[in-house]
Design a protein. Structure first.
Length: 218
């Protein structure tokens, strides 16, 4: 086992990837896999490390993954959230706190949004929508698209929240809310174009914006 742990930290990414592919069935490696998840720079290796964790006994893996959510290391939190979304254990929903959904690091927050939508029970989805809309206007287009996709996954629950966000004094929040609304109507829409369109609509003012939106809805 010590040899496998050593290879997980090898300088060659291909060697790390091959090792991650083979260690999933090896017992007693959960802590080593999580430690590597926290520092591994290669996306494909991280993905394989997650796959290896999924092959470990859930009763061992889940508590240790949950503990990683408290880590000061950004990547540890992000990878733990990603792993929880893949494990799909309903009881872990409670660990995705509003603090994680508002995490100051964009990658942690984006992963938390995806995990929350995947794990939230039906009776918690309204409360989740209320927290997620507080992040409208945050970050660049990649971050905003991640949030919009998470919101759209909650379907019609988000409509009242989006309507309220359209009156927000921050133009970035209003534009993001409008773009999300367009994405809700047409999931295949190009989000970048929707953001630009939303900004143009918002610039018209509330009355004309409402007229344009009414025409778009027809």
């Amino acid at each position: 086992m010590d040899r496998l742990v050593a290879v997980l930290g090898a300088g060659d990414a291909s060697a790390r990837l091959r090792t991650a592919m083979t260690v999933g069935s090896e017992p007693g490696l959960v802590e080593a896999l999580l430690e590597r998840c926290a520092v591994e720079p290669d996306f494909f290796v991280r993905d394989m490390l997650t796959w290896a964790l999924l092959r470990q006994p859930a009763e061992v893996t889940v508590p240790k993954v949950l503990a990683e959510l408290q880590s000061e290391r950004v990547q540890a939190r992000s990878q733990a959230l990603h792993t929880l979304s893949k494990l799909g254990v309903p009881s872990t929903w409670a660990a995705i706190t509003p603090e994680l959904l508002r995490d100051p690091d964009d990658e942690v927050a984006r992963t938390a949004w995806r995990a929350a939508v995947a794990l939230a029970p039906v009776d918690e989805r309204e409360a989740l929508a209320a927290v997620l809309v507080t992040q409208l206007g945050r970050g660049d287009r990649t971050v905003q698209l991640s949030l919009s996709r998470a919101l759209v996954a909650l379907d019609n629950l988000i409509e009242p929240h989006l309507q309220q966000a359209l009156t927000n004094p921050d133009p970035r929040v209003r534009a993001h809310a409008r773009a999300t609304e367009l994405l809700l109507r047409d999931p295949d829409a190009a989000f970048a174009a929707d953001v630009d369109a939303a900004k143009r609509i918002d610039a018209l003012g509330p009355e004309k914006a409402a007229q344009v939106e009414a025409r778009l809805a027809c």
